[in-house]
Design a binder for this molecule. Structure first.
Ligand code: AMP
Ligand code: MG
Length: 417
């Protein structure tokens, strides 16, 4: 098994082994955020016919050459077309028809004069402006025609996609499945949050963090509980976990006497691909594939920050790929460092930073202790400054790349325009 991969190598290896999940059919109304697994080709025309964009009067332009407020022209109101209704007959030369927004234009009419440019007469209307070509007319098929390809496979469905799906009459839609992710915590010291923590106990927080990281991107976590540091117990819980598409376990992957995760995984038929990634936090990471069923297994480090950061770098992109996303990575921005950072060359560091919009762009400030046990530092930060493997320091004022974890960073308290 390979040991000590770079972040790049580890991520490439994982993504090469990651399948895109097959499609499932769901209600279009529930499809927000899902990745489309079919092309949407229109079976309808929208709008179905020419219609009025205003409340006013349908007219024939030829009748109104040279008309203005000073030179108005009266026309008889031949009939009325309400929204949702139809014209009883074509509009003849020298006639107007009362019409409302969204109502179909009568045959023969070629423009709509808005009611503000008339005396709003019911039997006879005085027209006070000369309409332009097809003025206030919404063309039939202006949005789409029958046979138009409207949405391509791979599109991430947002609010406007759901509106378009409704317009074409699609109530069900084919999207990529969401991976089921089984989450296991391991360690004799761990207890659930509602248990007492005396006698050297530590609350298991990783399952909560990891489940939330799954949900945030639409993956479906299930919790396997806490396994004690005995191989049989780890095995029993992991077997249950292999019903999912992905198994994420945290802790027990180091080289200590009580770290049994790797041996159990091998016993379960998991082919481990590597162990150890040249990064901080998060060196002790393992990844494997269960043969022949193909589940992906991630053995994350136990320290809370290491678990969260390695999930970000390796599990999240894989889960997004499974769901059919092409944009699988977090956004990376350039920021000016507010404090110098020193490190030993040899590992890539992800330094927790808070981010602020300054006059010269974004400023990144390290959040204090970078211990992999200080989970609160992730609350204080919105991103991870990426300090390359080979570098020994980055000075205050230098530009660094920052992976933005908090999408809310791009939202604003000010309108901004
Ligand atoms: P290990 O990888 O088992 O050596 O664990 C490394 C550190 O992470 C230990 O201090 C553990 O107590 C801690 N740890 C392991 N699992 C969890 C968890 N689920 N929640 C919080 N801390 C954990
Ligand atoms: Mg342990």
């Amino acid at each position: 098994m390979r040991e000590g991969l770079t972040v790049d190598e580890a991520q490439n290896l994982i993504l090469e082994a990651t399948p895109i999940l097959p499609a499932e059919t769901i209600s279009a109304a529930e499809a927000s955020g899902r990745v489309l697994a079919e092309a949407i080709v229109s079976t309808r025309r929208h709008p179905p016919a020419d219609c009025s964009a205003m409340d006013g009067y349908a007219v024939r332009r030829a009748d109104l050459a040279g008309v203005s407020a000073d030179k108005p022209k009266p026309l008889p109101v031949a009939f009325e077309v309400p929204a949702g209704g139809r014209a009883p007959r074509p509009l003849e030369a020298g006639e107007a028809a009362r019409i409302f927004t969204g109502a179909p234009l009568p045959p023969g009419a070629d423009a709509v004069v808005m009611q503000e440019d008339t005396d709003q007469g019911a039997v006879r209307v005085e027209i006070r402006s000369e309409p332009g070509v097809r003025e206030n007319v919404r063309d039939g098929g202006e949005d789409f025609e029958i046979g138009d390809r409207l949405i391509e496979p791979g599109a991430v469905l947002g609010a406007s996609h759901l509106g378009v799906l409704a317009s074409v009459g699609r109530t069900i839609v084919s999207v990529h499945q969401r991976p089921r992710v089984a989450i296991l915590s391991g360690g004799d010291e761990l207890v659930e949050p509602d248990r007492p923590v005396d006698g050297g106990r530590i609350v298991s927080s990783n399952s909560y963090t990891l489940a939330a990281q799954c949900r945030e991107i639409g993956a479906q976590p299930t919790y396997l509980g806490i396994a004690g540091d005995r191989p049989e117990e780890i095995e029993r819980r992991m077997r249950a976990g292999l019903r999912a598409d992905v198994l994420v376990s945290s802790a027990g992957v180091s080289v200590g006497d009580h770290d049994h995760v790797r041996e159990v995984l091998e016993k379960l038929g998991c082919e481990l691909q590597f162990w150890g990634v040249l990064m901080k936090p998060g060196y002790p990471l393992t990844f494997g594939i269960v043969a022949p069923t193909g589940q992906l297994v991630f053995g994350l480090p136990g320290n809370p920050v290491s678990a969260a950061v390695t999930f970000e770098q390796f599990v999240r992109p894989a889960l997004r790929r499974m769901m059919g996303h092409r944009a699988i990575h977090r956004p990376v921005i350039h920021a000016t460092l507010a404090e110098s950072i020193r490190k030993k060359p040899g590992r890539l560091h992800f330094v927790r930073v808070s981010l602020e919009h300054g006059p010269q762009g974004v400023v990144a400030t390290p959040t204090g202790s970078q211990s992999s046990g200080v989970l609160t530092s992730l609350i204080r930060g919105q991103g991870l400054a990426v300090i390359p493997l080979e570098s020994a320091s980055v000075e205050r004022g230098e530009s660094v790349r920052v992976q933005v974890l908090d999408a809310g960073f791009f939202d604003g308290a000010e309108r901004g325009f």
